[in-house]
Design a binder for this molecule. Structure first.
Ligand code: WTA
Length: 668
């Protein structure tokens, strides 16, 4: 694989640089020959070294740049006594702060009140809006005051089910301002999924809008919420208030269905409130938000992030991985319904006082040139997206740094992104991270070291990635295995809401002493990291994380489905596609109609984005004698790697495999 060096001031690669990054111990004694290393590299390396050797000093210095009502105590650390066994987590213990105050008030005070905080680009070209930092603060305060008035208090949960209107980041910040814990649910989730989350976190209020246009389709969000709330009531959760934003571009209020007494028009109440609102000071370890994400088993997990560490982590990773400068215009295409939108549409950039483009629409509407239109319209300099985009005709002169997230970017996609989108002059930050990590973990820092197409390169400050084998033994040098993290980092999630045991079992028990990421990874001879995808039953579809177990349970809820097994397959556009093997109830014939109705079951239970791409009829599923489904074999069948099926002798009924292959070939 060739290297692509950018900003490498002396034009040379320095092998020693890489070696030192790989081995923290040897970095500590970096020879004075460091003069040979390009200046920037040496600075970054020194910072990395300090972040590992003196994390308290390193993070304290950075945290001091933020506003703390009360500074953390001597102990930035806390020693955890749980299964992590001695793992240190960086918690800014005793610190009192507020992340909304740091995103807005602090920036206003620094003199950027008239700088644009948000540029909003609507679904329809030509429909747009903007808010300066001052205006954003005013909007946030009005909503915060309203929520306080309806008795939303510190620690209460608030569910936000909104599309990418400016009201979405406004709502997140308003919750943070009053110490409420937001739980944003991606507006592509179905009523069932929304209900499941509402029942789990029991919010005081639900914030939504009446409808939204997605491309040329209208989606009635309030009606979805209504259905979810009816279902929640059935589960003993009753919500007094549903605040509905009238999204006039999609639907007028007269046409909106209404639940008198519970539904309240946003525009009728919020603008009446004062544009200032005092800050609720919270402990660094008070929860900031819950975000549900898919695991390999069972129902979605409520990943809980706290205030102080998350704040420092998102701000710092944003600043360094994108080489942020105050003059930048930054656009991240993610939806705030996912972690990328939390950390890198809202908090990370706003903490840095950046101007952020918020895009409501779809990248291919009205045509596939839309993204580049937007880049040109706002002169975007930093563009952050998932590696699933289309080539087009527009110039992208303004771009300076490109980011990529969500799935392994293959070298040819990387080259296209680098050569075509970035005119061969923009560094690419291929950021590897997860909902659980809060922010970037392994990522290039522009200019810090040479890039390799397809590699996320090296760890961010304070992160110690390790690769372990099946037994959990750390492997050195060039190798592949399971990606774990040694020690902790400020942005680490603290628990799974209401299920700390699952937190320990899922993340800390598989490889004792380490945080287990669920990803496979290899490290090359130069110490670069190459992510190889999930090693558990989680799949990534267009950057959306989906648990195969959830799709299976949606399928088997269909009365004619007896059993289902879902695997991920490579998909040209979506990265991974969803491939479902379905066994029908005895006597039910296969039909195209049934296939559609199975797919619909998934749409209704989870959301359209989780709809299987393929339904493969399975008279039976390959199982071991103890009844365990052999997914390894299913994956091979799904991706047509039939000569790689491996050992099938442990199957209870080996003939099942031949049946499956035969059926799969007969195009149903
Ligand atoms: C995958 C999204 C390769 C990975 C931020 C991880 C990546 C999962 C990358 C987390 C990357 C994310 N290269 N794979 N740069 N970034 N992933 O929680 O499998 O939605 O475990 O967070 O996405 O997905 P999540």
């Amino acid at each position: 694989m060739e290297d692509v060096s950018i900003y490498n001031s002396n034009g040379k690669r320095n092998g020693r640089t890489l070696d030192h990054l790989r081995h923290v111990e040897s970095m500590a004694t970096m020879p004075s020959g460091a003069g040979k290393i390009p200046r920037l590299n040496a600075v970054i390396l020194e910072m990395y070294r300090r972040s590992i050797e003196d994390p308290a000093g390193f993070w304290s210095d950075i945290a001091s740049e933020f506003y703390w009502k009360q500074k953390w105590g001597q102990e930035v650390y806390s020693e955890n006594t749980d299964v992590r066994n001695g793992t240190i987590s960086i918690e800014f213990k005793g610190g009192i702060t507020n992340i909304c105050c740091n995103c807005l008030d602090r920036n206003l005070e620094s003199g950027i009140s008239d700088k644009f905080a948000l540029y909003w680009e609507g679904n329809e070209p030509g429909v747009d809006g903007s808010l300066t930092y001052r205006q954003l603060l005013e909007r946030v305060c009005q909503l915060a005051n309203y929520m306080k008035d309806i008795a939303v208090r510190k620690g209460d949960a608030v569910v936000i089910y909104l599309p990418m209107l400016m009201e979405l980041p406004i709502a997140m910040l308003a919750c943070a301002r009053i110490g409420a814990v937001h739980s944003v649910v991606f507006a592509g989730f179905s009523a069932e999924s929304l209900a499941q989350r509402i029942v789990d976190c029991k919010p005081k209020v639900v914030l939504t809008c009446n409808a939204v246009m997605r491309g040329s389709k209208i989606i009635y969000l309030r009606d979805i919420v209504d259905k979810a709330l009816t279902e929640s009531t059935g589960n003993g959760i009753s919500i007094d208030t549903c605040l509905v934003f009238e999204n006039q571009l999609a639907m007028k209020r007269e046409a909106t269905k209404w639940h008198e007494g519970r539904d309240v028009w946003w525009q009728d109440v919020v603008p009446k409130y004062p544009t200032t609102c005092s800050v609720e000071w919270v402990d660094a370890e008070d929860p900031l938000f819950l975000l549900y994400t898919s695991g390999s088993t069972g129902k979605p997990k409520g990943v809980l992030h706290t205030t102080g560490g998350y704040m420092i982590w998102t701000a710092t990773t944003f600043k360094y991985a994108f080489d942020y400068k105050p003059s930048d215009i930054y656009w991240c295409t993610a939806d705030c319904g996912w972690i990328t939108g939390h950390s890198y549409v809202s908090y990370g950039p706003l903490l840095n006082g950046a101007t952020v483009v918020v895009f409501e629409g779809a990248p291919n509407y009205p045509d596939s040139g839309r993204c580049w239109d937007i880049v040109d319209k706002y002169n975007v300099t930093i563009f952050y997206t998932a590696p699933t985009l289309y080539v087009t005709r527009y110039s992208r002169k303004s771009l300076r740094v490109l980011g990529s997230v969500g799935e392994p970017i293959n070298p040819s996609a990387w080259r296209w992104y680098y050569n075509v989108v970035g005119d061969s002059r923009c560094p690419i930050s291929d950021t590897w991270w997860q909902t659980e990590t809060g922010g970037f973990m392994i990522t290039p820092l522009p200019g810090a070291w040479p890039q390799k197409p397809g590699s996320a390169t090296f760890p961010f400050f304070g992160v110690q990635p390790v690769i372990v084998d099946e037994k959990g033994t750390e492997i050195e040098g060039q190798c592949s295995g399971y990606l774990c993290v040694k020690g902790s980092w400020p942005g680490a999630f603290r628990t799974l809401y209401g299920d700390h045991e699952r937190y320990e079992t899922t993340y800390f028990k598989p490889f004792p002493g380490y945080y287990f990421t669920g990803d496979g990874c290899s490290r090359d001879k130069d110490g670069y990291h190459w992510l190889t995808g999930r090693v558990d039953d989680v799949i990534n579809v267009s950057g959306h994380r989906i648990g195969t177990a959830e799709v299976e349970s949606a399928l088997v809820s269909h009365p004619q489905c007896a059993e289902a097994a879902v695997v991920g397959v490579e998909h040209e556009i979506k990265g991974q596609g969803i491939y479902a093997f379905v066994t029908l109830v005895e006597g039910v014939p296969y039909s195209e109609e049934l296939r559609k109705s199975l797919v619909n079951a998934v749409r209704n239970q989870i959301g359209a984005f989780a709809a299987p791409d393929t339904i493969h009829w399975a008279p039976a599923l390959p199982k071991t004698r103890s009844g365990k489904i052999m997914r390894r074999i299913l994956r091979k069948i799904a991706s047509r790697q039939l000569d790689e099926l491996g050992d099938t002798s442990t199957l209870a009924e080996p003939a099942v495999v031949d049946q499956l292959i035969a059926l799969g070939n007969s195009k149903i």
